[in-house]
Design a protein around this ligand. Structure first.
Ligand SMILES: Cc1cc2nc3c(=O)[nH]c(=O)nc-3n(C[C@H](O)[C@H](O)[C@H](O)COP(=O)(O)OP(=O)(O)OC[C@H]3O[C@@H](n4cnc5c(N)ncnc54)[C@H](O)[C@@H]3O)c2cc1C
Length: 280
């Protein structure tokens, strides 16, 4: 893996974005003996910010990327709740988030003043257990931010083109979803494994081929990747979309329809964590 700012170099695999998915996607071909370069718009790697909860499907992907055991030794148990997530990072540091439907916000919907963010959050979670309120009360002001969560709608994943020539998308760029089932980062890790597998199969033994043949094989490999991922991320995105409606809608009827769809489509609510993205 290599980090560089040069714009005019030639590389076989170029990954745009050094987030979880970008770095995992660089690791996958690296383990298959293929070189890649990561281009990140930030000047430094983000060592700050929160942790994320990783469920068994994510650990399977991390094992394939060869970093599962190392990360397991550093991981801590996640506690979660709909709308509020808390993740201990160290003995003295906790990552938390509160996901709220926008209709609960008033005035400046996405305030920048951390004092106001804290006050607004405490007001909105005043019925939550006191230990959760205390954690938020004790948060450093400069660690607080409020932002609008975006998602890619499930139907966009069915209809969307996910490859153009030899360019494809992975991670949030492919399937950004609500944080309700803790699968955004996990599915980015799965993308990395599947993309690494499809690319390495497509690129093995293509040295003697003409440029046109090489491109055709890489495009076929990327199509295979998109095919494998589309249904998986469609399922996850539909699950979070329906939960998002139940959490966020003001209409009891809409909530009921979404709850009904959830019960029909996702009888086993934990099935998504049993998913195995396969070997790298
Ligand atoms: C509140 C909250 C809680 C969450 N909890 C969980 C959880 O418990 N478990 C879980 O699995 N997931 C969780 N997620 C989702 C998870 O955080 C994201 O899905 C994951 O971080 C996305 O990783 P990514 O690499 O795809 O994208 P990002 O982390 O967004 O990385 C993209 C990178 O690309 C860079 N970039 C963008 N444009 C360019 C450009 N033009 N040129 C160069 N670089 C560029 C950006 O600077 C960034 O570094 C949560 C999300 C939220 C918001």
């Amino acid at each position: 893996m290599e980090f560089a700012s040069a714009a005019s170099e030639k590389h076989e695999i170029v990954i745009i974005g050094g987030g979880i998915c970008g770095l995992a996607t660089a690791l996958a071909p690296h383990r298959k003996g293929l070189k890649s370069i990561v281009l990140e718009r930030s000047e430094t790697l983000r060592a700050y910010g929160g942790g994320i909860g990783l469920l068994p499907n994510a650990w399977r992907a991390l094992d394939q990327l060869g970093v599962g055991s190392r990360l397991r030794s550093m991981a801590v148990l996640l506690q979660g709740d709909i709308g509020v997530g808390m993740l201990p990072i160290t003995q003295h540091l906790i990552h938390w988030f509160v996901a709220l439907p926008t209709h609960l916000l008033s005035g400046d919907k996405f305030p920048h003043d951390p004092k106001y963010i804290k006050q607004m959050t405490l007001e909105l979670i005043k019925d939550f257990p006191s230990n959760i309120q205390e954690i938020i009360e004790l948060s450093d002001l400069d660690s607080l931010s409020a932002t609008h969560l975006r998602y890619r709608a499930p139907w966009d994943l069915v209809l969307g083109t996910m490859r153009k020539g030899t360019v494809t998308v992975a991670g949030d760029a492919m399937h950004v979803m609500g944080p309700f089932v803790g699968q955004g980062g996990a599915s980015g890790l799965e993308d990395a494994v599947v993309l690494g597998r499809c690319l390495s199969m497509a690129m093995s033994g293509i040295e003697g081929n003409s440029k046109k043949e090489k491109i055709a094989k890489i495009e076929a490999g990327l199509d295979q990747y998109v095919k494998e991922r589309r249904m998986r991320v469609l399922g996850l995105s539909t699950l979070t979309y329906l939960i998002g409606i139940i959490v966020g809608s003001t209409s009891p009827l809409v909530k009921m329809v979404a709850g009904f769809a959830l019960a029909i489509l996702f009888r086993d609510r934990a099935a998504h964590i049993h998913f195995d993205c396969g070997r790298l």
